[in-house]
Design a protein around this ligand. Sequence first.
Ligand SMILES: Nc1ncnc2c1ncn2[C@@H]1O[C@H](COP(=O)(O)OP(=O)(O)OP(=O)(O)O)[C@@H](O)[C@H]1O
Length: 252
Amino acid sequence: MLEVQSVSKSFDGFRAVDGVSFAVARGAITGLIGPNGAGKTTTFNLIAGTLAPDAGSIRVDGRAIEHEPAHRRIAAGLARTFQIPKPFAAMTVLENVLAAAQDQPGERLLPALFARGAVRAQERRNIERARDIIAFLELSRVEREPARVLSGGQRKLLELARVLMAGPKLILLDEPAAGVNPALLETIMARIEEINARGITFLIIEHNMDLVARLCGEVVVMAEGRVLGRGRPAEMARDPRVVEAYLGGVAA
Ligand SMILES: Nc1ncnc2c1ncn2[C@@H]1O[C@H](COP(=O)(O)OP(=O)(O)OP(=O)(O)O)[C@@H](O)[C@H]1O
């Protein structure tokens, strides 16, 4: 589903991502782990298109996307969340989810002028879909509330809702467990499992090893801009190179 091949990115001569290669199988939930500063978020930004790689290729479903703008990658089925969610604070939960819908005919001039009925029908379908997704993520109670009133965990759920509204086949999650209380974390993990069971592939950056051990069939471990290893979470946790990278990270 995703192939990252020899991808590099430097900031002012500092190699944040240095010849990184890995693949994510269709239908898998793969973890991207490693100590702080390993280059995980930079790798996400390169895959999602918020940063352009200096070198290397990125393929989704066999199609090279590294030169495509971020919005085209979303249309190609790639969606991502952020470590710190950034909902539209003044908009309601429902409006936030609706804003993530792809291919809204109302945004195109000609259909808007000549097919008002069709536009309205599409909008109704979008609202129905958004409300189903909101219910699935247990946010119905706050559907009409502005996003600014949500807790940290609810914001993570709202991000997932927005991502689902875009209809992706591959979802990149940046620290879905960060700042989330244990009850909501259980909801988030269960929903990720259910979404995955419907055939959607995940790549997840996460420091919470309970989440990684439960959800991820395989992890890719990064340190200092490179891939240290890949394998099952329990295997990687025992790998001396991985242990050393984490200890080094703590010491630094
Ligand atoms: N825009 C930037 N300009 C300069 N340096 C950057 C930039 N973005 C990231 N870096 C540096 O690149 C390195 C990798 O950062 P990155 O955020 O990708 O790490 P990470 O593995 O996601 O870390 P964390 O787990 O703490 O989120 C860090 O040393 C960081 O300071």
